[in-house]
Design a protein around this ligand. Sequence first.
Ligand code: SAM
Length: 257
Amino acid sequence: MRPSELPDYAARNRALWSAGDRNQEEWGRRQWTTEEIRWGLFGVPEDDIHVLPDLHGTDVIELGCGTAYFAAWLARRGARVVGVDVSPVQLERARAFQREFELEFPLIEANAEEVPLSAASFDLAISEYGASIWCDPFKWIPEAHGLLRPGGRLVFLCNSTLCVLCSDDDGRVHEKLERAQLGLGRLDWADEEGEGSEFQLSHGDWIDLLRKTGFEVERLVELYAPEGASTNPHWDFVSAEWASRWPAEEIWVVRRP
Ligand SMILES: C[S@@+](CC[C@H](N)C(=O)[O-])C[C@H]1O[C@@H](n2cnc3c(N)ncnc32)[C@H](O)[C@@H]1O
């Protein structure tokens, strides 16, 4: 896949995630080493929120898999997983972890908005800070719907709308509204590590998009930092203190009827 074939924001994001480490080596190893499934920056245990369906014998695709630790967690629970990512560097890192942890599953270099796999061939599509924030929702949500079998679920984690509204131009989260909700959508930013484009929607816009695409919305799980949690040293744009009072992240669970 050539970057010139990608939409401008996807080419920017591919370059961003292919340059430098962006904490992925250390964070990825920590996550690959963890046996338990834990969600988000503050490690909320799956056993506490029960977001995932039974995984044994299911076909699962992770959209924007990065180092693929989430896919690895699902593979260890008996799912047949495929990871998709637009960055060859991220996929190389994921392959290195596969060798280190002796767990192989297919990894495909592709834009998660146009996945070169058969329609209706997965029971679960998942994204944890992958397509869920780096892809255009008006493209990747219909794509995920098409990849799922009837009855299949899409589960994705992103920053909460409130967290986005309280984040300044450097991405740091404060105790006051820093940006308008009206017009939320594509957010372009640049820092010393590079330039990226993220996508964030308000809850009303998410529900409209998901329902128009054909999904039933089952749950919106708002994640708080668990008691005693500390700020994530790898991703410190939002403090544990903030996240113990307001939800910094949210997980959407939707089903293709
Ligand atoms: C925060 S990381 C991945 C999250 C993963 N849970 C992890 O931490 O390793 C974001 C990933 O999204 C990928 N990504 C960005 N835009 C994408 C696109 N258009 N299609 C597929 N993957 C994309 C990046 O290459 C990067 O690996």
